[in-house]
Design a binder for this molecule. Structure first.
Ligand code: A2P
Length: 339
């Protein structure tokens, strides 16, 4: 029998962590055990895994003794402190925070796009930003076929990317709205990001999208600019993406065909039938939905796409579990020094 892995989920009680646990229950990865880690506040809490109650434990460095794979989604400062502790104890870390993403020796991976980057891992693999991931899944096949000159993207991001407290805050704000309270009296303590000094009823992360896109596609000359906006939606990120391709023979129908065949993509492009990607329909789906593909009116090699995905799944938990599955398939689920 092949190896079965001891897996830890760091941030097990969070918006992404809870999805990771669900995905681990159905993964093809051979799992021997799952350890759930969170803050002291959650220690002792029960979470079901494959019909069995598992007890959440407080995260300490020793939590990683005997662990082969650790999925992190508890914030950048937790990853900074504890990911090295996990690696030191022989665990491979898949980190969903932005902390290690741009580090040279850390692969930044979308399995449909650059799985070969996993070969160079030194124990930590970074999961890209949610908005970047869904854009990469859709654009890489176009880049392969026609080359990519530039990307201009505007996002319409759901609040769940900012965690459970952000989801709850939006719900409270919705109640405030329905009760007719003036905006100045709405509760606003988390959004746009808990670590920010000032808070507003929702709003932003352009830098991540621009730099991560270049790293994943391995093209520093690619022109990328992003405008990121949060909208009052619980889950499902939408993106309006304008691209200019290098080759003159690209067409809407050729791009539609690419999208219909691309791994992890579902083409939904029948506007006359009212079929196009919608955030609401992306929730709980692992795929990225692409539609409304149009040629630019003025620029011959310019195309517009509408790209939607569940930010908690392909944007976070699913991409992380998929990285782990890919590591396993490539026989790379081990820390190099420990070979
Ligand atoms: P806890 O629920 O105990 O606070 P979200 O992104 O939805 O806000 O979730 C954040 C996750 O990170 C939660 O599981 C949270 O656990 C966890 N977390 C936050 N702070 C710490 C910490 N100091 N140590 C371990 N886990 C933490």
């Amino acid at each position: 029998m092949g190896k079965e892995y001891h897996v830890a989920v760091v941030g097990a009680t969070g918006a992404v962590g809870t999805r990771m646990i669900e995905l681990l229950a159905e993964t093809s990865l051979p799992i021997a055990s799952v350890r759930l880690l969170a803050s002291k506040r959650s220690a002792g809490q029960e979470i079901q895994f494959k019909g069995q109650p598992l007890i959440v434990e407080e995260l300490v460095p020793e939590s990683f003794e005997g662990i082969d794979l650790a999925l992190f989604s508890a914030g950048g400062s937790i990853s900074e402190k504890f990911a090295p502790e996990a690696v030191k104890r022989g665990a491979v870390v898949v980190d969903n925070t932005s902390h290690f993403r741009m580090a040279k020796d850390v692969p930044l991976v979308v399995p449909e796009v650059n799985p070969e980057a996993l070969k160079n891992h030194q124990g930590i693999i970074a999961n890209p930003n949610c908005s970047t991931i869904q854009m990469m899944v859709a654009l890489e096949p176009i880049r392969q076929a026609f080359g990519l000159e530039r990307i201009i993207v505007s996002t319409y991001q759901a609040v769940s990317g900012a965690g459970i407290r952000a989801i709850n805050e939006l719900k409270e704000q919705a109640e405030d709205f329905l009760e007719g309270k003036p905006v100045s009296e709405w509760s606003a303590e988390i959004l746009p990001a808990g670590s920010d000094e000032k808070h507003y009823p929702i709003t932003y992360e352009e830098w991540k999208m621009m730099n991560e896109t270049k790293k994943i596609m391995g093209d520093n000359k690619l022109k990328v600019v992003a405008t990121c906006v949060r909208i009052p939606v619980i889950s499902g990120h939408s993106e309006s993406v304008y691209i200019e391709v290098k080759q003159a023979d690209a067409s809407v129908s050729a791009i539609q065909e690419l999208m219909a065949q691309a791994p992890g993509v579902i083409l939904q492009d029948e506007p006359s039938e009212q079929l196009y990607p919608q955030a609401l329909n992306s929730v709980n789906q692992k795929e990225t939905f692409v539609g409304r593909i149009r040629q630019d009116v003025d620029v011959k090699n310019g195309f517009h796409l509408w790209i939607v995905s569940d930010n908690l799944l392909k944007g976070a938990a699913w991409n992380s579990v998929q990285i782990a599955e890919t590591l396993h398939e490539m026989n790379l689920l081990r820390v190099p020094e420990n070979d």
